[in-house]
Each structure stands twice: as structure tokens, then as C-alpha cells.
Design a protein. Structure first.
Length: 381
């Protein structure tokens, strides 16, 4: 997935590495903010602590107690009711908004949040309910967005709750995030750093480079060993005109993780812009090697080839993605689509049946309907 930068950013001089927010569209309709110009929506200051972000307004605390805590004592019941409280119209009526990196108070005020905002909200509610909770990160996910000359890659955060031997994951984008690997528990310090990193990326996109640099300095003080944040610092430094500072940040990111895709790509771009072909070629070779074993990159390459009508090549790369990550239903569904476009209904049906077997709920039902439609197409049987 990280290597998608190498073929999607065709005209940019620099592409940002992973922006640490996991935004994927949910079924919810975006909600317009009550007051976009309100000072209440200003980011928390760079000096804010995690407790500052988690602080619950009195009205939220009162509603949570009245609707959940006063009626449910058992931890499992509290978890179920807490989730219902957050999403139901009778409770908070929260909606997903990929741009809403909000504190708990702001999420209550606006009734919308992205994955960081939701994680903060559920963490605050879990603490109020006396539940054991911890943020988690999935570093490799397929959620991307492109804006102007910058491509944003995203990792994803969610919340793990535990009651006795049972563990629960609260994830607002589970059905919309393609991930490789298991979630990893992260500290409150890293969650706070992710918040500040997101704010810095937003400030950079707004052209507020000095503010973004200040915010990234706070991010690095909180979490100096996270390579993606160093890579993002390099991007912002380059935007400020500090090429030497950008290279230093990129190199530090690679010292922490030699396989950090976004940083590798950006440093290749930097060396290319200087005409340093030897240095660029060395890093490009490493990047290419990583792409070959990255199922998310193979999937994205296949989707591009499919859009271009190169169905045979798309099928090859979809199959490669499946070989490397067999149980992702969206890979099999995409393969079915490519087979059908190439005229091979038998293999399309087989791939779609596999996608159905790997899914559940409404997604499984959708695949079942598509499979029935495919089997009833003229010329089958």
C-alpha cells in the first residue's frame, strides 16, 4: 500500500508519507458542522496533554450516566450500550468525517469525528465507565486520499476494550479498511502524537507552514522514535524551503525504519530533483523490492491496470495480492470483476464465491446477490 505513491503521484514534486489518521467512508452521511467558524473547532494547542483531549463536557457526562451507566452495571452490557449511545440518534448520533480530528469536547459539540476523534471519544467514555481500554494502531492499511500535489497515506487507529478474558475492538471503519497485519497496542503518548501530527498535516495543506512545523516539533518531542512522524517532518520542512532539514528528517526516519515507504519515495524524489542519480537509484531499488512483496501495492497496481483496460495484467497483480494476503474478501471481489471484464465468467464466479465466503453480514449478502446475478446472466449454464 505504501508504494502506491510511486505510481499515483505522477506530477508532484513531493508526496507526503503516511498521515496518521485512518479515514474510510462509512455508511453514514457526513454531517455539516454547527459552526465552522467557531473558536471551539480550533485545534488543541501544541502543549495539550492527552487528558486535555479526553476532557468530557459536563453535558456529555450527564447524558452518558443517564443513558448508560445508571442502568447497566455489567461490563459487557456497558460496552454494548456505550456503542449504542455514541451512534444512535437518541444518544450522540455520531457520524464519520475524515477531516474531523477533534477533541472529545469538539466531537460532542459537532457530533462527528474521524478515527482519531472516535478513538479519543470511546477512550474517554470507557474510562468514565470504569472499563479497561487502550488505543491500537494498524500501520499498514489501504486508505488513501490525494489533494493537489500531495498524496496522503494513512495508518489506522481504533480502541481495544477488555473485560476479564474477553477483548472487544471498537472500530468505526472495520468494513472499509483493507489492512495487513494485526493491530498493535499503542501508548497514550503515541495517540497524542498522532493527534498533533494530523493537525500539522492539515496546517500544511492550508499553507500554514510555520504552524505545521511547530506542531511537528511537539509531535517529535512526544514520540521521537516513530519514523512516519520524522518523514512527515521532512515533507513540511521541504515545503518551508529547508531542503537540508528535509533530508536530515528523511534520513532519521530511515534510520528508525529502513523500509518506511513514504520516506523512501520522498527521498528518491529529493535526490532526483538534485540530479543525484546514484543515490536515487540505490533507494529506488530498495523501494521496488518492497513493492514486490506488498499485497496492498499489488492490489492498487491491479486497480489502475483494470481502469486502463489492461485486464490480463490486472488479473496477474490481483492474484499476486491474494497470494500474499489470502483472506481479504475485497481482493477476491476485485479479481472477480477483472475476470468478468476479460470475459471469463467461470473464474469470475469462483472468485466472487470466495469473496462471499470470507465476508459476513451485509457485505456477504451483497456478494450473494451479485453472485446470483452473475449466475443468471444470459449464456451461463
Amino acid at each position: 500500500m505504501r508504494a502506491l505513491l510511486c505510481w499515483l503521484v505522477l506530477t508532484s514534486s513531493v508526496a507526503a508519507p503516511a498521515q496518521d489518521v485512518a479515514e474510510a467512508a462509512t455508511a453514514a452521511t457526513p454531517v455539516v458542522a454547527k459552526d465552522q467558524g467557531s473558536t471551539r473547532l480550533r485545534p488543541a494547542p501544541a502543549t495539550a496533554t492527552l487528558d486535555d483531549l479526553l476532557r468530557m463536557p459536563a453535558a456529555l457526562r450527564e447524558a452518558f450516566h443517564q443513558q448508560v451507566l445508571d442502568h447497566h452495571r455489567a461490563p459487557t452490557n456497558r460496552i454494548e450500550r456505550m456503542v449504542d449511545f455514541v451512534f444512535s440518534p437518541a444518544g450522540m448520533g455520531m457520524r464519520y468525517d475524515e477531516s474531523a480530528t477533534y477533541t472529545v469536547a469538539q466531537s460532542w459539540d459537532q457530533r462527528r469525528a474521524n478515527c482519531i476523534g472516535f478513538t479519543l471519544l470511546f477512550l474517554a467514555l470507557a474510562r468514565e465507565a470504569g472499563l479497561s481500554a487502550r488505543a491500537q494502531e494498524i500501520p499498514q492499511t489501504l486508505i488513501w486520499q490525494q489533494s493537489g500535489t500531495t498524496l496522503y497515506r494513512n495508518s489506522h487507529v481504533n480502541l481495544r476494550l477488555q473485560t476479564g478474558p474477553r477483548r472487544y475492538t471498537v472500530d468505526v471503519a472495520r468494513n472499509f479498511v483493507i489492512s495487513v497485519g494485526d493491530p498493535v497496542a499503542i501508548s497514550g503518548q503515541r495517540l497524542l502524537a498522532h493527534y498533533h501530527n494530523n493537525i500539522a498535516i492539515k496546517q500544511m495543506a492550508q499553507g500554514r507552514i510555520d504552524a505545521a512545523l511547530t506542531r511537528m516539533e511537539a509531535t517529535l518531542r512526544l514520540d521521537p522514535d516513530y519514523p512516519v512522524h520524522w518523514g512527515n517532518t521532512g515533507v513540511i520542512r521541504l515545503r518551508s524551503g529547508d531542503e537540508a532539514g528535509a533530508e536530515t528528517a528523511y534520513r532519521h526516519a530511515l534510520a528508525l525504519d529502513a523500509d518506511e515507504y513514504g520516506t523512501l519515495f520522498n527521498l528518491v524524489q529529493l535526490y532526483d530533483s538534485r540530479g543525484d542519480k546514484a543515490a536515487a537509484a540505490l533507494l529506488r531499488e530498495r523501494l521496488t523490492a518492497l513493492q514486490k512483496k506488498d499485497p496492498l501495492y499489488q492490489f492498487l497496481l491491479a486497480t489502475r491496470l483494470e481502469r486502463e483496460g489492461a485486464f490480463k495484467q490486472a488479473i496477474e497483480h490481483y492474484r499476486q495480492a491474494i497470494h500474499q494476503h489470502r483472506n481479504e474478501h475485497r481482493f477476491h471481489a476485485a479479481l472477480a470483476r477483472a475476470y468478468l471484464a476479460s470475459g471469463d465468467r467461470v473464474k469470475a464466479e469462483r472468485a466472487l464465491a470466495r469473496a462471499k465466503s470470507l465476508s459476513e453480514g451485509t457485505i456477504e449478502a451483497r456478494y450473494a446477490a451479485e453472485l446470483a446475478q452473475l449466475r443468471n446472466m444470459p449464456g451461463n449454464g
